[in-house]
Design a protein around this ligand. Sequence first.
Ligand SMILES: CC(C)(COP(=O)(O)OP(=O)(O)OC[C@H]1O[C@@H](n2cnc3c(N)ncnc32)[C@H](O)[C@@H]1OP(=O)(O)O)[C@@H](O)C(=O)NCCC(=O)NCCS
Length: 220
Amino acid sequence: MLVGNDVVDLHDSESRPGALHPRFDVRVFTPDEREALSASASAYPLRWTLWAAKESAYKVAKKLDPTVRFLPRDFVVGQIAEGRALVMHATGPFDVRLYRTDRWVSAVATLTVAHPSRTRGPFSAGRVSAGPTGAGLISTAVERLATHSADPSRTVREFARAALASRMNLPPWQVRIAADRGIPVAFWRDRRLPVDLSLSHHGRFVAWAASEAPATEPAA
Ligand SMILES: CC(C)(COP(=O)(O)OP(=O)(O)OC[C@H]1O[C@@H](n2cnc3c(N)ncnc32)[C@H](O)[C@@H]1OP(=O)(O)O)[C@@H](O)C(=O)NCCC(=O)NCCS
């Protein structure tokens, strides 16, 4: 199952309302999304939740169709309720799990599947627990950079590598994360691991999400 993710640091200087281009909302959001922002008592986190939902869905769409471009208004957030959003797009629709603290928002998208999904518990202290989503098991976590100067690309790969190795019972140093046209892919030695992976970093936070391939799914 393909997965896409995004994290936004709510306290990053880039995220603050004053830092945005005056036409940011018009460029990025549909009229319905802008109406939801105007009506919301918490427009600030909602703005970045909508953004993260769109970008996480884009990352799945790009895997499905390499010609897809990130045109945010083409990724339409249809509904948001109980920590989930439905994002419509020509390549979708996408089922997006939403996670939020007062410091960050994070979104994890998969293609919508017919099967009802179950959630195995919430996250705490910046970590998001693994849980079955749609047709497969998704693991995801948000982590804080240890220092301001830490390299986010390297850090998120280290976290993802350690988590995949632990979940698949492999020595971490034998797990490698490479890139296929910018999209991260995981290997054990020279063999592609049966997981789909997505990485994101913004401000002080990094986030990864991984889904198991259908072959490793438990029977329904
Ligand atoms: C993918 C993209 C949206 C990421 O944006 P971002 O918010 O800066 O970055 P994030 O931290 O959320 O994600 C970056 C990670 O996503 C992964 N990634 C990069 N391109 C990706 C893609 N096309 N699909 C899925 N994942 C991708 C990489 O692992 C990257 O991490 P790295 O920089 O450490 O290698 C951006 O790089 C991109 O490709 N934009 C599309 C450009 C486009 O279509 N423009 C048309 C508009 S007119």
